[in-house]
Design a binder for this molecule. Structure first.
Ligand code: CP
Ligand code: NVA
Length: 328
């Protein structure tokens, strides 16, 4: 696997063998980290971290991964830099190319990270756009592989808003890795038709089985992994909650829906999650719409032994480290 100099913008650009290679590298780097074996594979390199949206996991994962690899990093947050306000993406790409060895970008449209990559002379890594979250999917795949010892044939059911970054990216990730993927969402919240067609073409080659089913009871049958994400994503208007709550309510991951899945099923979530009222938004939305014990997932499921969300969160760091080590 030689990915040196490659961008990491979406999983569609990577072959199943390359994805598997990144997972193997991540597993190896994870073992080295746990055993205290130094792995400063990018000594003396530097990365610029552009975040036009907020982050905990992705930012921390990039900073720790870079540090472990011997790289320096500069965080450019949603405010305080010239990006977008006084300087275009194209100019930013060329300025940063002169000082850094890689750029991470989190922001709005996929076309922005694509433009950055078009103008940059160094690898650009997508740290989340409205359309894709590819580093999250690598972490999810590593977590599933660790838990089930394989990816092939594992059935992942994505519950809720399947039209945004997580639903789309999981569709592609599962198709690439020969998994079973079911999007379980209300009308209007399935992945876009052209992406479904692309995923179906991939599935013909990998043996993946894809389905799109609005009924939780049938969608969740034989599920190994039940996955969800928040119902209103970063960058979407707050007013959307009003419309989403009644639409998404049947797709909440709660004990009743988990009971439709396999007894051995695990629960996954990219996080952050509104599983209780200990967050500002979780509290506000729960109060306004009379919800108790969580929004997209109940606190009961989130805190249950089936929940592997914190292993998943840790794997963000190991997988992002693999992407850096491979591309920089
Ligand atoms: N899952 C994820 O991307 O988390 P952050 O928004 O905290 O980076
Ligand atoms: N769909 C969520 C994912 C967060 C990691 C968002 O875009 O806000």
């Amino acid at each position: 696997m030689n990915l040196k100099g490659h961008d990491f913008l979406k999983l569609l650009d990577y072959t199943p063998a390359e994805i598997e290679g990144l997972l193997d590298l991540a597993a190896d780097l994870k073992r080295k980290k746990k055993e205290g074996i130094p792995h400063r594979l990018c000594e003396g390199k530097n990365i610029a971290l552009i975040f036009e949206k907020t982050s905990t996991r992705t930012r921390c994962a990039f900073e720790v991964a870079a540090s472990d690899l011997g790289m320096g990093s500069t965080y450019l947050g949603p405010t305080g830099s010239q990006i977008g306000v006084k300087e275009s993406i194209a100019d930013t790409a060329r300025v940063l190319s002169g000082m850094y060895d890689a750029i991470e970008y989190r922001g709005f449209g996929q076309e922005i990270v694509q433009e950055l990559a078009d103008y940059a002379e160094i690898p650009v890594i997508n740290g989340l756009t409205n359309e894709y979250h590819p580093t999250q999917i690598l972490a999810d795949l590593l977590t599933i592989r660790e838990h089930f010892k394989t990816l092939k044939g594992i059935k992942l059911v994505y519950m809720g808003d399947a039209r945004y970054n997580m639903g789309r990216s999981l569709l592609i990730g599962c198709a690439k890795m020969g998994m079973q993927f079911t999007a379980c969402a209300p009308e209007g919240y399935m992945p876009p038709q052209d992406l479904i067609e692309t995923a179906e073409k991939i599935a013909e080659e990998t043996g993946a089985v894809l389905s799109f089913d609005p009924s939780p009871e049938s969608a969740l049958r034989d599920a190994d992994v039940v996955y969800t994400d928040i119902w209103v994503s970063m960058g979407e208007p707050e007013a959307e909650w009003e419309k989403r709550i009644p639409l998404m309510k049947p797709y909440q991951v709660n004990a009743a829906n988990m009971a439709f899945a396999k007894k051995t099923a695990v629960f996954m979530h990219c996080l952050p999650s509104y599983h209780d009222e200990k967050t500002e938004i979780g509290r506000k939305v729960s109060e306004k719409f009379g919800l108790q014990n969580g929004i997209e997932v109940t606190d009961e499921v989130f805190e249950s032994p089936a929940s592997i969300v914190f292993e998943e969160a840790e794997n963000r760091m190991h997988t992002i480290k693999a992407v850096l080590a491979a591309t920089v």
